[in-house]
Design a protein. Structure first.
Length: 310
């Protein structure tokens, strides 16, 4: 690739989908390696094979530059795993992570099914921002426990992992998960550490080959960069809309006019009918409005956002 061209970051959601979700022998081995490194780092048993539930297909995503590119796999015991990549966020991402875990868990439940046959669902969130500033570890995971006796686990059906790439340091290369996250953090650079990682880990060598191939594919690279631009534009618009809402809210003697912010977001992206505007303006529960504003970030249609308000 021309050196003047812009490389796609290894933490890009579409590259991660390409790396772990192509459903080839090579990428499945990498997905297995990555998920097992998460499991081993939290003392859960490793798995031996995976089945891709929604393998990557470039043509399915080109129409929507902000579609969610998560990875869903099933292991040999039919446990479900979801890997999601998030570049920016705040404390509300915890709600999103729980929502995506719930979708994954309930996806195995059909009409007439029995609860006892439900199997564990494991969420793995790869974050390019700091979600837990008070926790020093780059890998934190959560399970349901009794409120006073934390060692008593309610169920093994819910496990949600958070991997904060910003916390990974060069010294973390002693563990397989540390190597994976350090690789994703520094891939595309000329650092000496990247050379060391590639020389000492076969999985990362393969990942590097795929990264090079991805960036050499003009269509994939341009699509990934257009997604980054769309996300940047969305965040810029969100910031401006919030500022305008704040200004208008102050003029009205209010703290923030969240109604107008949400209306403008939905109107620009999807369009709004008069009755839908009235629905938004009728909401007096600001927690619902906050949830709707957060929901807009990943929404593929306005119904999913408006349903939060009903």
């Amino acid at each position: 690739m021309d050196k003047n061209e812009t490389y796609v970051k290894a933490t890009s959601d579409i590259f991660i989908k390409y790396l772990f979700g192509l459903d080839t022998k090579k990428t499945n081995s990498l997905a297995l390696s990555f998920i097992n490194s998460v499991l081993e780092n939290s003392n859960f048993p490793a798995m031996t094979k995976i089945i891709q539930k929604n393998p990557f297909n470039y043509k399915e995503y080109v129409e929507d530059k902000l579609s969610v590119l998560d990875i869903e796999v099933e292991d040999e015991n039919h446990k479900l795993y979801n890997i999601e990549v998030q570049a920016t966020g705040n404390t509300h991402f915890r709600n999103r992570a729980l929502y995506y875990w719930a979708k994954l868990y309930t996806s195995q439940f059909g009409s007439g099914d029995i609860y006892e046959y439900l199997l564990p669902a494991i969420g793995i969130n790869l974050l390019n921002f700091t979600l837990f500033p008070d926790l020093k570890r780059f890998h934190n995971y959560f399970v349901l426990t009794e409120g006073r006796e934390r060692e008593y686990v309610f169920t093994d059906q819910l496990v949600i992992h958070f991997l904060e790439i910003s916390k990974v340091k060069d010294t973390e290369k002693s563990s397989k998960l540390g190597k994976w996250l350090l690789y994703l953090k520094i891939e595309g650079t000329d650092s000496e550490m990247l050379k060391i990682l590639l020389e000492t880990d076969k999985d990362l060598q393969i990942a590097h080959e795929l990264y090079t191939a991805f960036n050499s594919n003009d269509k994939l690279r341009r699509y990934a960069l257009s997604r980054e631009k769309a996300e940047h534009d969305r965040l810029h618009f969100l910031s401006m809309a919030r500022k305008e809402g704040l200004k208008e809210g102050i003029e009205k003697g209010e703290l923030v006019d969240k109604h107008n912010v949400l209306i403008r977001q939905l109107e620009i992206k999807f369009g709004l009918k008069e009755e839908e505007r009235k629905l938004i303006l009728s909401v007096i529960n600001f927690k619902k409005l906050d949830a709707a504003l957060d929901g807009f970030v990943t929404a593929n249609d306005k119904k999913s956002v408006l349903d939060i308000l009903r």
